[in-house]
Design a protein around this ligand. Structure first.
Ligand SMILES: Cc1ncc(COP(=O)(O)O)c(C=O)c1O
Length: 565
């Protein structure tokens, strides 16, 4: 009798364990299904694979024919490259000289220089096409380097430059003038903050505001607040989305440790909604609305431009529909919906992405341009989510401070910027803004097609990216032709062109002329020669083979002494 009882208890325990494992398995499968199939969707695997990718590079003989181009094309490429090299050396002499003096002591600069192009080509390019790090002035839509060369600015200063540099010179000066009497006093506020808070709550439609020093910090605190109030652990971000460089929002390559409490899910996907409905540990969902231009794709840097697979297309209606469905699930599951508008806030519409897509978030982060030219991060949020302490648990707080939060000069410049948003001139800039930029993009594309150039642009309002229509391993060279034409790009090259809203039709026409001229020169110099049997996939396969071969070489070199003995 006793034996039978014990056996029954065992069976019972076994059944319970099996049921628990089945539930865990089901959860695991649902998570796998909600992940994007790419490496961007699998941060841990991506990090592991990245650690195996060996360094190798093309020497001069291979540099021009990594796609097995015939001798005549190689000669054209070499001539074009050396012509550019001479032009860069002569035209950017002083800027390059000063850059060479400091680069050894500026780690950030060493990083950006190394990653302008795919690593196999990087050293040779750095030797011959030096891009100086210094500029000395800005005016209108242009910046000037130390040699007096003037460039049309397509960097947008990482998105900060929305209204034109002269405008920010004004907001910076106004900001300083407004708080001059107080100076750098931190802790107590300058009264200018009151007006900033009033304007930001009106713009965001949310109750409270907190100020931080960067977009990264604003996102960090928004996620921390969501965890605090929901008492849940995990954040959800969508595949490819950038939310700053803090560890939890960067689970893949670039972060030395795994992000254990983040899920990276497929963007615009019912599988992800299903997961949000069933997993109980999700505190918040982070949305970077810029991803509408390239859902599930990472920030499109030229350093990863090894083929022509880069795709981008903005469908506002489809993305708005997705956000509405996401909003509904978050409401249903009491998950905090965070719009990270550090980049796109104020660029798409005066009321930001919330207004543009017609969807309201629980917390919204802003940054970049809202500092009026100074460093900034802002959170606007619903009252109950912004609170950092509990009335009934006085020691259970959600701590967030920062020495320079609410710096008087930044607050002053922000005020000047926010006031500008209320002027008829700036309001006028937003009228038909999409039509204007879509039309400009379409006209440039038509022209590139007419000239049979294998390059097109895709845009989300004034944020553009360049796509390539024929398989090629050399698309990253376009950035050097564009610079030679007097177009300034940020270090990620042609992946992101950011226009300020003060670009007039004639400014834009000049950019379009130069863009087309650069693409024509690139074509004439043979970089877009292509063998019709080659596809983007076959290029990637060939690169993989090269990597494997080099990995074996490295291993053999390391283990060689063992085998010789
Ligand atoms: C959407 C988004 N979130 C956060 C950040 C980080 O902002 P910051 O560089 O000011 O830390 C960025 C920066 O590009 C961004 O684009």
């Amino acid at each position: 009798m006793e034996m039978a009882g014990t056996a029954l208890a065992f069976y019972g325990l076994g059944a319970a364990a099996l049921a628990t494992s089945l539930v865990a398995l089901k959860r695991r499968l649902r998570l796998s299904k909600a992940k994007h199939a790419s490496l961007d969707g699998h941060g841990r695997i991506a990090r592991r694979i990245a650690s195996f990718v060996p360094f190798y590079e093309y020497d001069e003989s291979r540099f021009f024919c990594s796609d097995q181009a015939p001798a005549e094309i190689v000669a054209r490429r070499r001539d074009g490259f050396m012509r550019l090299s001479r032009l860069y050396a002569a035209r950017f002499r002083e800027t390059n000289r000063r850059t060479a003096e400091v680069i050894g002591a500026i780690s950030d600069l060493q990083f950006t220089e190394a990653y302008r192009v795919p690593f196999q080509y990087s050293r040779f390019v750095r030797q011959h096409l030096k891009t100086g790090a210094f500029v000395q002035s800005s005016e209108g839509v242009m910046v000037a380097d130390l040699d007096g060369n003037r460039f049309y600015d397509l960097t947008g200063s990482y998105g900060v430059n929305l209204l034109g540099y002269d405008c920010y010179k004004g907001t910076m000066e106004h900001g300083l003038a407004r708080v001059r009497e107080l100076g750098p006093v931190l802790g107590p506020y300058h009264t200018v903050i009151a007006d900033n808070v009033k304007r930001l709550t009106a713009i965001s439609g949310l109750d409270e505001v907190s100020f931080h020093m960067s977009g990264t910090e604003a996102v960090m605190q928004a996620v921390r607040l969501a965890r605090y109030h929901t008492r849940r652990s995990h954040l959800v971000r969508f595949c490819g989305a950038y939310h700053g460089w803090w560890g939890d929002v960067q689970p893949g390559i670039g972060n030395p440790v795994p992000a254990r409490e983040s899920y990276t899910l497929k963007d615009v996907s019912d599988d992800s909604l299903r997961l949000l409905r069933t997993h109980r540990n999700i505190a918040c969902v982070l949305v970077n609305p810029l991803q509408a231009l390239h859902p599930n794709g990472a920030a499109p840097a030229d350093s990863s431009l090894v083929d022509s697979g880069r795709r981008a297309r903005f469908d506002k209606t489809a993305y708005a529909d997705w956000l509405k469905r996401l909003r509904a699930v978050c409401t249903e599951r009491k998950i905090v919906l965070i719009f990270d508008e550090v980049f796109v806030g104020f660029r798409l519409a005066l009321g930001g992405a919330q207004e543009y897509f017609g969807v309201r978030a629980d917390l919204v982060t802003y940054g970049k341009t809202v500092g009026g030219g100074f460093p900034i991060g802002v959170i606007c949020g619903r009252k109950e989510l912004m609170k950092r302490f509990r009335d009934d648990r006085p020691v259970d707080v959600c701590f967030a401070r920062g020495t320079f939060n609410s710096h008087p000069v930044v607050m002053g410049a922000m005020n000047a910027f926010l006031q500008l948003l209320d002027t008829p001139q700036v309001r006028g800039l937003y009228r038909d803004i999409d039509e204007l930029w879509n039309d400009r993009a379409e006209r440039l594309n038509a022209r590139l097609r007419e000239e049979s150039l294998p390059v097109q642009v895709a845009n989300m309002s004034s944020i553009w990216t360049v796509c390539y229509t024929k398989p090629s391993r050399y698309n990253w060279m376009l950035q050097y032709y564009l610079r030679a034409q007097g177009l300034a790009l940020s270090w990620i090259g042609t992946g992101r062109l950011i226009f300020s809203l003060n670009y007039s039709d004639s400014d834009f026409a000049a950019v379009a002329d130069r863009f087309a001229a650069a693409a024509r020169a690139m074509e004439q110099d043979g970089w877009w020669w292509y063998n019709p049997t080659v596809t983007n996939r076959s290029i990637r396969r060939d690169i993989l083979k090269e990597m494997i071969a080099h990995r074996f070489v490295t291993l053999r070199e390391r283990l060689g002494p063992m085998f010789r003995n």
